[in-house]
Design a protein around this ligand. Structure first.
Ligand code: FES
Length: 171
């Protein structure tokens, strides 16, 4: 059996840690875009009822899926509406389903259970915590004629579901 000195063991362990860190970075860089599922279009809110920084709760695509409609007050890449500042996300943490709260100053969704946080301006990307994926994003459309915000689909997988294949919480 090979005798390994304490010094050699520490050197090998350090190499393994560095290799693991490099794989982690590479894995993040290779992440694919969230799968998008189209659902029936549903009106979520009238524009005039939305205040900057105040989350508007709704459910989509069914009553078992709580969501938050956010008006950030500044345009973002995936935003809709006249200012391009409207976004929506599932209100359930992708780790174990705890209810997320909205930090308007940082435009982040925060989980109180194991402290995951998600960047609303980066399509719900995870910043830190125990989750291993972004929070599901609700795809929106804006109808300028009626000035209403409408939900039209889900990008990513809602917590507790194997896929976003069926309406009714059984997917
Ligand atoms: S349930 Fe949100 S981090 Fe665990």
């Amino acid at each position: 059996m090979e005798q390994v000195s304490r010094r050699a063991f520490l050197l090998r362990s350090g190499g393994a840690l560095v290799s693991g860190a490099a794989l982690g970075v590479g894995g993040a860089a290779n992440a694919t875009a969230a799968e998008v599922t189209d659902y029936p279009r549903e009106s979520v809110a009238h524009l005039a009822s939305l205040a900057v920084g105040v989350p508007h709760p709704f459910t989509y695509p069914d009553a078992a899926s709580p969501c938050l409609l956010l008006r950030l007050g500044r345009p973002v890449a995936a935003g809709v509406g006249p200012q391009g500042d409207l976004l929506a996300f599932s209100a359930l943490c992708p780790h174990m389903g705890c209810a997320l709260s909205f930090d308007a100053q940082q435009a982040r969704l925060l989980c109180p259970c194991h402290f995951s946080s998600f960047d609303c301006e980066q399509e719900g990307a995870q910043i830190c915590g125990q989750a291993t994926q972004p929070v599901a994003r609700i795809q929106l459309a804006y109808d300028s004629a009626s000035e209403t915000v409408q939900a039209v689909g889900v990008a990513g997988t809602l917590y507790g579901r194997r896929g976003n294949l069926a309406v009714g919480g059984q997917a």
